[in-house]
Design a protein around this ligand. Structure first.
Ligand code: HAX
Length: 443
């Protein structure tokens, strides 16, 4: 058994026992109560699921196993001469709770290279699709095609005992992460680069090799991709893509099926698609104003015009966060180091000054600050990746790291089928009426 798997097995078995004992003694303890406005309001804030790999704080942002974005940037291993964390490290951290050594991250890089065997089914399916099918739809279809190789599905059919579910899930998760950049790069090169594909460079790490297969080279661009793939990996369990994976996985669907479902959730404009919407909106603004160097007044007028049309400002707001997203700041710091003179980057920074007070003035926006999607597109454009309807695929590749680590944990801890209780509006009206009647009788 490899070292990562063995650390994960030991830690997850220990935690499983600890949870069992805790539930025996405290299973009845209340951790939350649900208000009607939450039931009707997208279940915001209801504490009702367990997700081991990261935790989101409304003020401080995401913490991976207790480590903030600046901490992981500092502590996780880097490529030789690089400043940004390798995504291999964040996966190791999420799966084990430990910051890996350079040697452990190198092993993981090599292991994913070893597992990157692409089934013919995937390319056959992709090459049969019309090119105008959205890249995210193609991505989802490719993941479903990869499912033909699911070890969990095969072993389940052969009668695998429950005690081995975590093992088969780990194997599938490692294979999926290894293969997913190939699917993503194939889609990009097929749609946008005349079906001319670039062979993998097995000497590169996971993120740099993905960048290479897309056709974007150079240490600086590879560093951007390492940062991008690290910071988008996970955002606790309640966001739409992670939660979808959790729900689908709880039926004992294998990780390919649950991750494909997660990508369908990520493809929505209120979630991952916002990254393409941001840059599209900025390009539209530049075209409408006729300049790449708009004044603050011009930008503010354009923001207000968007709002007046009944549209949201993409890249701003969040269901949980109440401060600027630390992932926005991480990209800003990167851009200050390498891209400070870029016009589009400058616009992103100006928007950061101009949009929040305007959104605040509406009096209804819970969080006027930028989220992760507000910055990423401008960096990608700088390095030549201008086909913005591909951007959510980049996000999706990264999200495989968090979703896969979480699926391993869910299987190891033996989480059951997820099945919350739903109500009808009529039931709620009757319930409210009944409570009112009771209160009137008692008063
Ligand atoms: N621009 C204009 N209005 C906004 C807004 C924005 N960026 N963000 C919120 N609002 C509005 C809402 O539309 C809502 O208006 P109505 O009551 O008229 O419907 C009101 O403010 C209250 O919403 P909220 O409580 O602040 O926000 P929610 O928790 O309901 O929704 C969203 C959070 C992220 C969906 C929302 O802020 C939004 O639509 N943002 C723009 C799209 C975006 O950037 N999405 C990416 C989010 C991060 C992510 O998941 N990335 O993958």
């Amino acid at each position: 058994m490899d070292e990562l798997k063995s650390i994960f097995r030991d830690k997850s078995q220990q935690l499983k026992e600890k949870i069992k004992a805790m539930l025996k003694e405290h299973g009845n303890m209340k951790i939350d109560e649900v208000r009607l406005e939450q039931a009707f309001g997208g279940m915001r804030g209801i504490q009702s699921m367990i997700w081991e790999t990261s935790l989101l704080d409304a003020q401080e942002g995401i913490k991976f196993r207790g480590f903030s974005i600046p901490q992981i940037q500092e502590l996780l291993p880097k490529a030789p001469g690089g400043h940004e964390p390798l995504p291999e490290g964040i996966f190791w951290l999420m799966l084990t709770g430990e910051i890996p050594t350079d040697a452990q991250v190198q092993w993981l890089s090599d292991e994913w290279e070893r597992r990157a065997v692409i089934p013919r089914a995937m390319t056959l399916v992709l090459d049969a699709l019309p090119e105008e099918v959205h890249p995210m739809t193609q991505f989802s279809i490719a993941i479903n095609a990869l499912q033909a190789d699911s070890i969990f599905a095969r072993r389940y059919e052969e009668g695998m005992p429950k005690t081995e579910y975590w093992d088969a899930t780990y194997e599938d998760a490692m294979n999926l992460i290894a293969r997913i950049p190939f699917a993503a790069a194939h889609i990009y090169r097929r749609i946008f680069k005349g079906n001319k594909h670039i062979a993998a460079d097995r000497s590169l790490d996971w993120a740099a090799n993905y960048s290479h297969m897309l056709g974007f080279e150079g240490q600086e661009c590879h560093e951007m991709m390492r940062l991008y793939q690290t910071i988008h990996a996970d955002h606790e369990g309640g966001n739409a893509s992670a939660h979808t994976a959790h729900l689908v996985g709880s039926t004992l669907s294998d990780v390919y099926l649950s991750y494909a479902a997660a990508m369908n959730a990520l493809a929505g404009p209120l979630h991952g698609l916002a990254n393409q919407e941001v840059i599209k909106w900025i390009f539209d603004m530049v075209a409408a104003l006729g300049t790449r160097k708009p004044t603050s007044e011009q930008i503010a007028a354009y923001v207000k015009e968007t709002l007046n049309k009944g549209q949201v400002i993409p890249g701003y707001g969040h269901a949980v966060l109440r401060q600027p997203d630390p992932r926005f700041y991480a990209q800003k710091r990167f851009s200050e180091r390498y891209l400070a003179e870029d016009d589009i980057i400058q616009i992103v920074w100006r928007l950061f000054e101009i949009v929040p007070p305007i959104l605040q003035s509406l009096g209804k926006v819970s969080n006027p600050w930028p989220n992760v999607d507000a910055h990423s597109g401008a960096m990608l454009v700088h390095y030549g990746l201008t086909e913005y309807n591909y951007y959510t695929v980049l996000f999706g590749v990264s999200r495989s790291l968090g979703v896969m680590a979480a699926q391993c944990w869910a299987r190891a801890l033996g989480f059951p089928l997820e099945r919350p209780k739903s109500l009808t509006s009529d039931w709620v009206f009757d319930f409210v009426q009944h409570n009112n009647d009771l209160n009137n009788v008692n008063s």
